[in-house]
Design a protein around this ligand. Structure first.
Ligand SMILES: [Zn+2]
Length: 209
């Protein structure tokens, strides 16, 4: 079901170019849900979120990655989900441009790898340009993280790393029987970056003003 959205694009501010696409489907462990994608024809902004039919509250899922099967576990990342690999001190928080997606554990690790490699290219050019010792040190650290993540995907360090997803609105999951689900504490909810405000919520706020 596609429909026009009656408010300006939050990115380019142009009116009349937002479209909303909604469809319902079933995801294992996640259940019946509605996938909503809002996109702008003018600037290409695109935001997806997954709304479960059942309210989950603020939850976190954690999976210790111990076998190949775990790499294939389904991951639903809502636009307000924070993803962590705690043993490596890695975190992807929603930020302003966050969009939801469905992937698996291996796909999420690849997303971490993409970011690490982008940072490595940046550090490499910094350390070359300025002969910057700090950048060189950072490059070594990033290289170690990259090696660990590649080893994880290859199945060489099973049992050493885990994947964690924390979502204050409960739109994210790691779908596996071995994943541990727990409620987030009030302190955790306050600390988490909740990502971009829902566009539909923004519209409601605008009418209130
Ligand atoms: Zn736009």
């Amino acid at each position: 079901m596609e429909s026009d959205v009656e408010f300006p694009c939050p990115t380019c501010n142009k009116e009349g170019c937002l479209k909303m696409l909604a469809h319902s489907s079933e995801i294992p462990y996640f259940g019946e849900h509605t996938q909503i994608t809002i996109s702008c024809e003018n600037c290409g902004m695109r935001q997806t979120d997954f709304i479960p039919s059942e309210d989950r509250g603020a939850v976190s899922f954690s999976l210790s990655i111990e076998k190949y099967e775990h790499l294939n576990a389904r991951v639903v990342r809502g636009s307000s989900g924070t993803i962590r690999i705690p043993e490596l001190d890695l975190e992807i928080s929603p930020g302003n441009q966050s969009t939801g997606y469905v992937s698996n554990v291996e796909g999420v690790i690849n997303r971490f790898l993409d970011i690490i490699r982008m940072m490595m290219r940046q550090s490499a050019s910094d350390s070359k340009l300025a002969n910057d010792e700090k950048a060189t040190e950072e490059l070594h650290l990033l290289l170690q993280i990259e090696l660990a993540l590649v080893a994880l995907i290859k199945g060489e360090i099973f049992g050493e790393l885990s994947l964690e997803i924390l979502d204050p609105v409960g739109h994210s999951i790691i779908g596996h029987d071995d994943a541990i689900k727990r409620d987030l504490t009030k302190e955790e909810i306050e600390e988490l970056d909740t990502g971009p405000k829902s566009l539909i919520m923004n519209n409601d706020e605008n009418t209130d003003e």
